[in-house]
Design a binder for this molecule. Structure first.
Ligand SMILES: [Zn+2]
Length: 305
């Protein structure tokens, strides 16, 4: 399998895998750009099945284990959504008037955008979630995959495009980024949040230690993440499309970790987290979250002679 991001290198298997539908999906890394992707990738039919109603009801990143569903958690956080929008997303643009969200789910963030007076639009793959967005907030989302979106009606229109925890779920994130480039207004900014679990010191250590022991780690859950980004691989991907790219790496403080699991591997991970935290704080690397802000030139003519 070839790397979707730098287009050309055969991927090397890592000692991590998912098992689902009686199939094994091995996390594999591109030696050139460091992008990690599932090999083989799930089929389109399997991906559509991932985002059935059940995804938002129970399967969303362990919310079921907390006894909560996506909608009830999101409903309690509308004020927080407004603060998040202002602090993380809109601050990247000097004077934003419009916001488009890739993977808008039930429209909670766009509803927050509406309260701030922004013109809002979005796209969502789950028909159930898109119907909830219309019923709850009167927000009419485009339905389907961003990779298939006809951008004619959106070309050069949006000041800010946001994708939170979305790109890692897509079959080809590079196509999604190229769509966003078409849709951004001059001076527009694409803001992307991603997990970067494989940047962590504990993940790097596991990647080094497991192969000589002949071991591989089975990851829990369905293979929702088709790709895993690191600071390096995300930077390389966005620099293909934008000249102005900022990538911030952060890590949850160790004292805020949920220490419910009693497994030895988890305890080792928790100890390494105390070493990892100052590294991320000082060097801005090796965190488990990335925020990317990628800007288009203010005027399309600025590079013309
Ligand atoms: Zn690559």
């Amino acid at each position: 399998m070839k790397c979707f991001s730098c287009d050309g290198q055969a991927l090397s298997p890592l000692p991590f895998y998912y098992e689902w539908n009686a199939r094994r999906f091995v996390l594999s890394r591109c030696p050139r750009c460091g992008m990690i992707s599932l090999d083989p990738p799930p089929t389109t039919a399997e991906i559509v099945e991932f985002y059935s109603e059940e995804y938002f009801a129970s399967g969303l990143h362990g919310l079921d284990r907390l006894g909560a569903d996506y909608e009830s958690v999101a409903d309690t956080g509308l004020d927080a959504s407004v603060r998040f929008l202002e602090r993380v997303v809109l601050a990247a643009h000097p004077q934003p008037h419009s916001l488009f969200e890739i993977g808008a789910a039930m429209g909670h963030l766009l509803a927050a955008g509406n309260t701030l007076g922004l013109a809002c639009g979005g796209i969502e793959i789950s028909p159930e979630a898109a119907m909830r967005a219309r019923a709850k907030f009167g927000i009419e989302l485009e339905r389907g995959r961003i990779e298939d979106l006809d951008t004619a009606a959106h070309r050069g229109r949006w000041d800010v495009i946001y994708a939170g925890d979305v790109l890692e779920h897509l079959q080809d994130p590079a196509v999604a980024v190229s769509k966003a480039v078409e849709m951004l207004a001059p001076g527009g900014v694409l803001v992307v949040r991603l997990p970067s679990t494989f940047d962590l010191l504990s993940s790097r250590l596991a990647g080094l230690v497991l192969p000589p022991l002949g071991r591989a780690l089975k990851l829990p859950d369905k293979p929702y993440h088709l790709h895993e980004f690191t600071h390096r691989s995300a930077t390389k991907l966005f620099q293909r499309f934008f000249d102005d790219v900022e990538v911030d790496s952060s890590l949850i403080p160790p004292w805020k970790l949920n220490l419910k699991s009693g497994s030895t591997a988890y305890r080792i991970k928790a100890i390494l987290h105390w070493v990892n935290f100052p590294v991320t704080l000082i060097a801005g690397r090796c965190g488990d979250r990335l925020v990317i802000r990628a800007r288009t030139p203010c005027s399309p003519q600025m590079f013309e002679v």
